[in-house]
Design a binder for this molecule. Structure first.
Ligand code: IVH
Length: 796
């Protein structure tokens, strides 16, 4: 909120100052890629500006960073005539096509062509990636963005001004100074791979339409009549040229792009100058080699004659400039026929459909299988066996079926059915259930995954389980490859991970691929793995949805296998990032008699878990009575209500008693009538009381007490301190350093602020270290940090 004493004049000054600051931060973030403040600080400045503008609406200007989203949906886009036509590019597919292009350029410019001994003049080219998105035109008048348009047919496009304004890295006002009074910037609006994946995940969750590729997603997002939808999509701009201009600009293309960058327009980081065709080809190969590693998709590179006078001299042919060409990469999408759908059984029993395809070459790789993910995906695609489908291979990702070409469906196409029994072991196949809890009530719905119920009796699951169990990040047993695991299982020598510990030398040497030495090495590796950390062991068990991080979290927070085995789903959700879904997976896993037997056998055969101990202080500290009430999910009682209730009632019994005491409840402050009503209703249900008591009892059994919630951390030496780790740590991993600090009661934060107690900076530390010195904070290098830890008796 703004200060009541603010006068309109002070407000106007503050607004101008905030806008200038935000402009600078935007420029550093989007153009230079060097933010100097954390996102949270940017948000604070932004909200200060918003609050001031709300109080003084007369101060709002269209170029204010708050004015990105128009609120009214359009009924249609207007038309925009392009003063300078938006052209397309000719294509080169082979290296010789590019050499021909370069020859035509030199001939067109009357430059000597040269012979085997050189002598020809080399033309300078600007080299840029060809992003796969949508071309846009952005018109700036006196530095202000006044119009955005699509390319359309090249001479007339659509007015998408409100939509382009929502794209964060497009400046509403040009940065710096010296720009032409009229400047039309052209570039590509695209979606990064990460943005695309996040959008599709979100769409799937909300039951919306998913997009086949980032290009379609960008196009679909930009051409929304409701700009609020566009605003919610992760679109970005990359500027690559100009249209109409009134004013001065450099006389070469790279100079112009560099000027645009200075004015706040993002340009490609891969922009380079090349002399002659061979350097262009070297650029093409270099970008091709890192194509899969780029954060966005490209379909080629673009070469442009750098000298503008040369560009004018060369001119155009039809709709293509003679001075530029796109050198394309092999396509990432191809058409082929879906021959069949088979079902694979994974480690957790998930039965997933796999597409068997008529082999087709996609971007240089022959693809004959593609994933179909799950049956929901099969439904969503509406795919049938015999269909012609579009296959997409993006980077290293497994090829995917992204679309069905409906008009090519043959008359004898067959639907895809999930098998009733497991294709490997014949056990029943069940659909998974999704558990949701809202307003204190649990509801169960059907999940998209089907599972074979055979568990380790299913050879497919057993093999995968063993492969996972021995893998490097799990039990790290070297010398047992997939082929050997298959043999061990097929020969009946291994029926559970516990059987690894009773393997005999004679059994191994009889197997294909095992000699005396390798058999002995494997037995030694198995013996060496008998003392895993609790986290490794939990991960190795292969609990569905429990990856390495969650396993570490469980081990660190709960401290013992026994507690992890017993934990109620509600208690598990106290862990950060553990939702009810995962919590139930964990619970179900340990409830299963078969799994219990495996764990029992593993321990009986001499496995000794390390690092078993106490509940972590962070976990103990997060279980406050208020948090506990909040987590019960009683409708109308959110964080604040829960806090008030906790203060009033002091214990669960107190809350229950209060809910049943009509008179007392009616005079309780800090709760709405509706909240009181639902509190009463919630605890009128015996099952809810029991659930709450069970959670409380378990938390107590684990050693936590509402009353002592603060003390657990308060007693620790670094309690109340906030530490930041930055740069590379050499002796201790960052994770471990964080653990150690937390075990001493400190909070470990991701960004530096005036509240930071100390910053540990290793080599390569950047903006955080700079900020720390700016603020005059205590900074330690790794050596000093280790010494400080040692002083508290903590060793690396
Ligand atoms: S220059 C006169 N540069 O490719 C030159 N285009 O086929 C006009 N594109 O419509 C385009 N990245 O959407 C140029 N670095 C780049 C580009 C690029 C992507 C797209 C653009 C254009 C199409 C031309």
């Amino acid at each position: 909120m703004t200060d009541a004493a603010t006068t309109p004049q002070i407000a106007a000054e503050r607004v101008a100052q905030l806008r200038a600051e935000l402009d600078e931060h935007n420029y550093r973030y989007h153009v230079l890629d060097e933010p100097s403040i954390p996102d949270a600080e940017y948000d604070r400045l932004f909200h200060q500006l918003k609050a001031l503008e709300a109080e003084y609406p007369q101060l709002i200007t269209p170029d204010s960073p708050t004015q990105r989203v128009g609120s009214l949906a359009l009924s249609a886009f207007g038309e925009v005539k392009h003063e300078v036509p938006m052209l397309s590019l000719g294509n080169a597919f082979e290296e010789d096509d590019l050499r021909d292009f370069d020859r035509r350029v030199r001939e067109g410019l009357d430059l000597p062509v040269g012979d085997l001994f050189g002598g020809g003049a080399e033309v300078e080219y600007s080299c840029e990636p060809k992003l796969d998105g949508l071309a846009v035109s952005l018109l700036y008048e006196n530095g202000l963005l006044v119009r955005g348009a699509t390319r359309g047919d090249g001479s007339t496009g659509e007015d998408i001004s409100v939509n382009v304004r929502t794209i964060r890295n497009i400046p509403l006002k040009l940065h710096g100074s010296g720009w032409p009074s009229v400047l039309e910037v052209r570039g590509e609006v695209f979606m990064s791979r990460a943005g695309f994946a996040a959008l599709n995940a979100r769409q799937l969750e909300s039951g919306g339409k998913t997009f086949a590729n980032p290009r379609n997603a960008a196009a679909g997002s930009l051409r929304q009549l409701d700009s609020r939808i566009t605003a919610s999509r992760p679109l970005e701009l990359c500027a690559y040229g100009i249209g109409q201009v009134q004013g001065e600009l450099p006389d070469n293309h790279i100079g112009i792009l560099t000027a645009l960058k200075g004015w706040g327009l993002p340009i490609s980081r891969e922009l380079q100058l090349a002399k002659g065709a061979e350097e262009c080809l070297a650029y093409y190969r270099a970008i091709g080699a890192k194509r899969d590693a780029l954060p966005y998709e490209i379909d080629g590179v673009v070469f442009k004659v750098n000298n503008l006078a040369y560009q004018r001299e060369l001119g155009f042919r039809a709709r293509e400039p003679r001075w530029a060409i796109a050198h394309k990469f092999p396509a990432m999408e191809e058409l082929t026929e879906l021959l069949d759908v088979e079902f694979q059984v994974g480690r957790t029993g998930a039965v997933t459909p796999v597409a068997r395809l008529q082999p087709v070459r996609v971007a240089g790789v022959t693809v004959s299988n593609a994933t179909l993910h799950n049956m929901d995906e099969v439904m969503r695609l509406g795919v049938m066996i015999g269909d012609t489908v579009i296959i997409r291979r993006a980077g290293d990702v497994i090829p995917q079926v992204v679309q069905v070409v409906a008009e090519r469906r043959p008359a004898d196409a067959r639907p895809v059915h999930i098998p009733e029994s497991c294709p490997v072991c014949g056990s029943r196949v069940e659909r998974t259930q999704l558990i949701k809890r809202s307003k204190g009530k649990e509801s169960v719905s059907e999940g998209s995954i089907y599972r074979c119920v055979g568990r380790l009796a299913c050879a497919a699951q057993l093999k995968q389980a063993i492969i996972h169990y021995v893998s490097r990040r799990a039990m790290d047993i070297e010398g047992l490859g997939e082929k050997s695991v298959e043999q061990l299982v097929d020969e009946g020598l291994v029926r559970s991970p516990a059987d690894l510990y009773t393997l005999k030398f004679e059994q191994l040497v009889g197997l294909e691929g095992f000699a005396e030495l390798s058999a002995n090495n494997l037995l030694a590796a198995i013996a060496d793995s008998r003392q895993p950390s609790l986290a490794r062991f939990i991960y190795a068990l292969g609990i569905p949805d429990v990856g390495e991080e969650t396993a570490k979290l469980l081990a660190r927070a709960l401290g013992s296998l026994q507690r992890i085995q017993q934990a109620l789903p509600d208690v598990l959700t106290y862990l950060p990032d553990v939702g009810l879904e995962v919590a139930y997976e964990i619970r179900n896993f340990f409830d299963d008699a078969h799994n219990q037997q495996v764990i029992h056998d593993l321990l009986a055969r001499g496995l000794e878990l390390q690092e078993e101990g106490e509940l972590s202080p962070e976990f103990a500290a997060c279980a406050t009575l208020a948090g506990f009430i909040d987590k019960l999910n009683i409708s109308g009682i959110a964080a604040t209500g829960a806090k008030n209730l906790a203060e009033k009632a002091a214990s669960l019994d107190g809350v229950i008693a209060l809910s049943q005491d009509w008179l007392e409840l009616s005079v309780t402050k800090g709760l709405s009538e509706k909240a009181k009503q639902s509190l009463r209703e919630f605890f009128a249900v015996e099952a809810n009381i029991q659930r709450a008591r069970a959670i409380e009892a378990q938390l107590r059994e684990f050693g936590m007490h509402w009353q002592s919630e603060k003390r657990v951390v308060a007693g620790l030496p670094l309690a109340g301190q906030t530490w930041v780790l930055t740069g590379a740590l050499e002796v201790m991993s960052r994770d471990l350093a964080k653990d150690k600090l937390e075990s001493l009661g400190a909070k470990v934060a991701g960004s530096v602020s005036a509240k930071t107690t100390c910053v540990v900076a290793g080599p390569g530390a950047g903006s955080k270290l700079a900020k720390a010195s700016e603020l005059g904070l205590k900074v330690l290098d790794e050596e000093a940090f280790l010494a400080e830890l040692a002083a508290y008796g903590v060793v690396a």
